[in-house]
Each structure stands twice: as C-alpha cells, then as structure tokens.
Design a protein around this ligand. Structure first.
Ligand code: COA
Length: 612
C-alpha cells in the first residue's frame, strides 16, 4: 500500500559513532536527486567520541522533504529512527503523536538502558509508554551480522555498517532508489573493497527487509517539488560560502586566498575551498587565528581577494587585525560561522549572538559592513555580495552565518555565470615613464573608496600600516584634526554603502498592518513558515528579513513605522532589537531563544499571535 504525502519529517538518531550524520546526509542527497525540496538539521555533540550510549552522546539528523516548498527541518517528526535507548529518550518529545518509531532492539539492552538513565528494569519498547506511537522494533545489529556472515571484516566494522541497514529500510518505506548511495559508497570506500561490498550488502539487506517484513506494510510516495526549472544539487551553507567566494573572485578577475585556523563550525569552508586548486585558489591552514587573518590581509595587499573564516572565539582573536584592515581600507572578507558562546561555549550548537561583536567588537572607531546569510543556499548569493562590497568599496566585510546554516542543506540551483553580477575592482594605474603625477593612495572616489594600489607598480609607492593616515597622502599623521576627520570619513564611507545596496523588501505580507516580524540570519525559514500560515489564517502580518545589517537599508525605518507591532525573534538575548530601538526608536518586542537550537515555527507563532 502506497500513500501519497506532500511532506515528511524524519529524525535519524543514535550514538555518536553510529554513523547518523552519514545516514542523514545520504537520505538528503537521494531526496534532492528525486526533486524534493528539503531542509536539514544535523545536531551532534562537541566531543569527537562522547561517552558511549549516554544522552550527551546522541547524534541526530533531522530532515524534512516534500513535494511542496520546505523552509524548515520541521517542528515535529513523522518518523524517529533510534539506534539506542539514549537516542529515543533524547528525541521522543519531537515525535508527533501517532508517529512511527523504528528502534534498533540491540541498542536497548540493559547497559544502554542504564546509560540512558531509564529506571532499573524499565525498557520503553516493552511497556505502555510508547502506546501513542507506531513502534517497529528491529534487531538491526543481528540482521546486519546475518547479512555479513560470510564477510572477513572484523566485528567492529561489521557492526558499524548497521546504519546502512536502517538507511536501506527507510529508502524502502519512501520508495527511493539505492543508486545514489551506492555511488557515494563506491567513491568513499574505493580503496577498501571489502568495506564497500559489506556496506552495499547491508544497504540492500535493509531494503529487502522492507519487502519481506510482514509487520510493516505502509509505504509512502512524495513527488518532486515545484522548484524552478534547472539543475540542482543539495548544498550545505559552508559549501555554498566556498562556491560563492570562488564565483566572486572569478567574476572580479582576482585570485582567491583563504587563510584560516580550524574551528567548528567554520572548518568545512577550508575543506571546500581546498578542492579548487584548479581555479588557482590558495588555501592556507595557519598556526592560529591571528596568522590566518593577517595572511589574508597580506594577500589582499598583494592584489588577491583575501578571505578568512572562523567562529566567534576566533573572530575575537582577530580583533586587532580587523581594525588594521579597516584603517588600511583594503578588501577583506571575514566569515563568522556563529556558535553558542561566550568563549568556547557550545561548539556544535547554533546561536546568533555575535551580532554585537560584528558591529562593535573592535578597538577605536572601526566600522565595517556586516551582511548576514539566511539559509544554506542563500550563502552563495550573500557571499558574492560580501565580496562585491569588499572589492568595490575597499573595505573589510563581516559575513555572518551560523552552525545551523553551515551544516544544514537544501537544494541549490546551479547559477549560470552570465547571470552573476560582475565585480569591478578599482585598481590604481601604474605611472608611465616620465610621468610626474603624484600618487595619492587615500584619495577617494564618489563612494569615498580609495584605489587598490598593488605593490611593485611603478609610481604607486605608498606607506601602509595601522598608524593613522593623513588624508589623501596616507602619510603617518598624529594631527588631532586629521584623526577626527579620517574617523568621520571612514564611518561615512561605510554608511554610504547603502546607496549601492538594495532597499529592504518584505518577504511576505501587506505593506502595513498589525504586525511586522523582523528577522536576520537563520531564523528565516521559521519566520517564513509562521507568516505564511498566519496570513492564510487571516492575520495582518508581514515578514522582513535583513541581509544588510550595517549599514541598514535606507527604507527600513519607513517599513517599521507602517505596523502597529514589531516582533524580533533572535537566537540571542536581544541584539538586533537593541540596534533597531536605538536607530528607529521603535518599541519592538523580542523573542529570544538561547538553547543552542533553532526556533520552531510554533514558538514564533505563539508569540506573534499573542501580540495581535
Ligand atoms: N562504514 C564505515 N564508516 C562509516 C559508516 C559505515 N557504514 N558509517 C559512518 N562511518 C564513518 C563516517 O564516515 C565518519 O567517518 P569520517 O568522518 O572519517 O567520514 C564516522 O564513521 C562517524 O560517522 P558520522 O555519520 O559522520 O557521525 P556520527 O553520527 O556517528 O557522529 C560525530 C559522530 C559527528 C558526532 C562526532 O564524531 C563529531 O565529529 N563531533 C563533532 C566534533 C566537533 O566538531 N567538536 C567541536 C570541537 S571545538
């Protein structure tokens, strides 16, 4: 029996080490290939190997996929695949009443139950606690061993492939082809043929189990989503940042240099860019955060686009060098993939608490443009825009993303190069022989930007460094009037950028009305879902999502004044709201979540309805 569905949410959960991320990633890729719209939420502990079997060690991967537009990984799950007792306990609250539980019986032995802190003698699979759900208990470990009984692999490797059994079974439930995963495994384990064969055998065993299991008869069909025509791939936020940086430098005719020090959740940008040596991309894993940004500043000084990436703790270390880039007035893109803070905080959990750091976190008056991305696929376009601003306005730019966007995936339509904006660096022209024209390195154009003067070019010799510059000549200057003048000029230059960026648009809703929900960053999908639903229910609600956080779009104040109430949901203790109150004197209301987890749509909806 096959039931047609519009959308479904699955949560794969198990111990870290059970291969849950790989399983979720494979289901995502297969769903993307089938044309579904998708949103994913990988959620795992900070320890490389958290204490086995414990609640703290649970690794989860939630995805929502559908034949309709999908904006979030789902508030509640339809299916919870749980590899052990801890994964069930940690995630049961996210499963819909009546939802399906697929439980690995082997993960519910006495030891696993004790580690998951179930009372002595209690096994949730054998009592009434799961009566509200449809529970399917499968001894995945036993069946995996059975499928591999003639394999020469060791017990550990055999047991590790049990995630493929579960994946094969879930593919059967949703009637998906195994081909894409077989291709992936063939590439991943090309040098380990026995491991490859074992994984493929177990994947097929899981699928075939579905064909033969009498207890499980329900299967579901979810057709392709109405996405605009084109070639799509599934893309994570950090992959999209990597490709955005690459595309921007190609469109600007510049070399790309990426200097960074590894840090969760930013490291995968370095991994992604390291693949593009064929485009001349230079990646440098520096010895620390300061070296990473300073190498990028050096690259920009030399005429490449210098980029560095980190998360909040690393950006803190880069503080002085950020100021250096501000006073040098050279292009630099700094990606902050935010995570829970302060200090080391919650490395693998998401937060939007570095907005103040991005806006103000430097010594002296050191304003720089801040631009934020809202979803994995949006990272491509926003990164291009960050590079455009850096190059065309001769300034460092802070690009804000977060762990939720960085690790999450969604379909991304391959753009055509011709459709991407051309980026125009404004290079100083070397002097010709005999020319006596004096080069003024800090002479400005109508945007108040200076020219990019490459070292070694005839007649373009100039002083550079962190000490205050004299207007136009760039000579060292301690003159009080010059310092005030230059400080105001640098601020005006950044403020003027909003003459060259788009006006704020409403994402949805009427031009005026009862409530405006203003968001930035990864709250996009949840707010979008809420506003869509509230409008359908007859409420007068609109949504504005801010990409340009500094300078703010020129028309934002007018938009804000057109609504009776303004709600600002943020995954922090209230940062954008303070900026908006300061700038527009608006009595906005905040909704703040600081749990390392994204908002569910319902959390925002309840607050919104309470205001109107
Ligand atoms: N056969 C062989 N290998 C398999 C497999 C299978 N069937 N299934 C999974 N694996 C491998 C994966 O490829 C992965 O190895 P790789 O990283 O070399 O590719 C490994 O087993 C773990 O599987 P994965 O699905 O990626 O993760 P998991 O759900 O088991 O959870 C993590 C492990 C991700 C939680 C943990 O290892 C981790 O990395 N935590 C985050 C660490 C971090 O960033 N800390 C912050 C520091 S500041």
């Amino acid at each position: 029996m096959r039931t047609q569905l519009k959308e479904a949410t699955i949560l794969f959960a198990g111990d870290s080490g059970d291969g849950i991320q790989l399983t979720g990633g494979q289901f995502t890729n297969t769903a993307a290939q089938s044309g579904n719209d998708i949103s994913t939420f990988p959620n795992f502990p900070a320890e490389i190997r958290a204490p086995q079997g414990t609640l703290a060690g649970v690794s989860g991967f939630q995805l929502k996929f559908g034949s309709v537009n999908i904006y979030t990984p789902g508030d509640e799950c339809d299916v919870l695949v749980t590899m052990n007792a801890a994964a069930l306990k940690a995630n049961l609250s996210t499963l819909k009443k009546g939802g399906i539980i697929i439980a690995n019986e082997g993960g519910f032995d006495a030891k696993n139950l004790r580690l998951a802190k179930y009372p002595e003698g209690v096994n949730p699979l054998n009592n009434q606690t799961l009566d509200d759900y449809e529970v399917h208990t499968i001894d995945v470990t036993k069946m995996t061993r059975e499928a591999l009984k003639s394999s020469n692999l060791g017990q550990k490797e055999i047991d590790r492939s049990k995630n493929m059994f579960v994946l094969g079974f879930v593919y059967w439930i949703y009637n998906r082809s195994l081909d894409k995963t077989i291709d992936y495994l063939s590439a991943k384990f090309a040098k380990k043929p026995e491991l490859l064969e074992a994984n493929i055998n177990v994947l097929k065993a899981g699928y075939n189990f579905g064909e033969t299991a009498e207890a499980f008869t329900a299967r579901y069909e979810i057709g392709p989503a109405p996405l605009p025509k084109g070639i799509y791939r599934s893309i994570s936020g950090n992959q999209a940042i990597g490709l955005g940086l690459l595309a921007a430098t190609q469109k600007a005719g510049l070399q790309l240099f990426y200097g960074s020090y590894p840090i969760t959740p930013a490291s995968t940008i370095l991994h992604e860019l390291a693949k593009y040596k064929n485009f001349g991309v230079k990646t440098f894993q520096a010895e620390d955060e300061i070296a990473a940004i300073c190498s990028a500043i050096g690259a920009s000084f030399g005429g490449a686009l210098g980029v560095t990436g980190s998360s909040g703790p690393g950006i803190a270390l880069k503080g002085e060098a950020l100021g250096l880039a501000v006073i040098l007035e050279i292009p630099l893109v700094v990606c902050n993939i935010q995570r829970g803070g302060p200090s080391t905080g919650l490395p693998t959990k998401t937060e939007q608490a570095d907005l103040f750091q991005a806006l103000y976190g430097r010594n002296g008056e050191a304003p720089m443009p801040v631009i934020s991305t809202r979803s994995p696929s949006d990272c491509f376009e926003t990164t291009l825009e960050a590079c455009r601003i850096a190059i065309e306005h001769m300034t460092p730019v802070l690009l804000l993303s977060d762990g939720y966007i960085a690790n999450g995936s969604e379909p991304w339509k391959f753009p055509k190069s011709a459709d991407l904006p051309t980026i125009k660096p404004s290079m100083a022209t070397p002097r010709s022989n005999g020319s006596d024209e004096v080069f003024l390195p800090y002479k400005r154009d109508e945007k108040l930007s200076r020219k990019w003067a490459l070292p070694g070019m005839k007649g373009l010799q100039h002083r550079i460094g962190g000490i205050e510059k004299e207007h136009e000549t760039g000579n060292v200057s301690y003159d009080p009037d010059n310092h005030e003048f230059m400080t105001r000029l640098r601020a005006e230059k950044i403020e003027k950028i909003n003459e060259h960026t788009p006006q704020q648009k409403l994402d949805n809703g009427p031009d005026s009305g009862d409530l405006l929900i203003i968001g930035w960053g990864s709250t996009y999908g949840s707010i979008k879902t809420v506003v869509r639903d509230l409008i359908a229910e007859g409420y007068s609600v609109a949504h504005a999502h801010i990409r340009y956080l500094n300078p703010l779009p020129k028309n934002l104040g007018t938009i804000i004044q057109s609504y009776k109430h303004v709600l600002v949901p943020e995954m922090n203790n209230g940062q954008l709201i303070k900026v908006l109150r300061d700038k527009y004197l608006v009595d906005a209301v905040g909704l703040n979540k600081i749990k390392g987890m994204p908002f569910t749509a319902n959390e925002i909806k309840n607050k919104a309805v309470g205001l109107i």
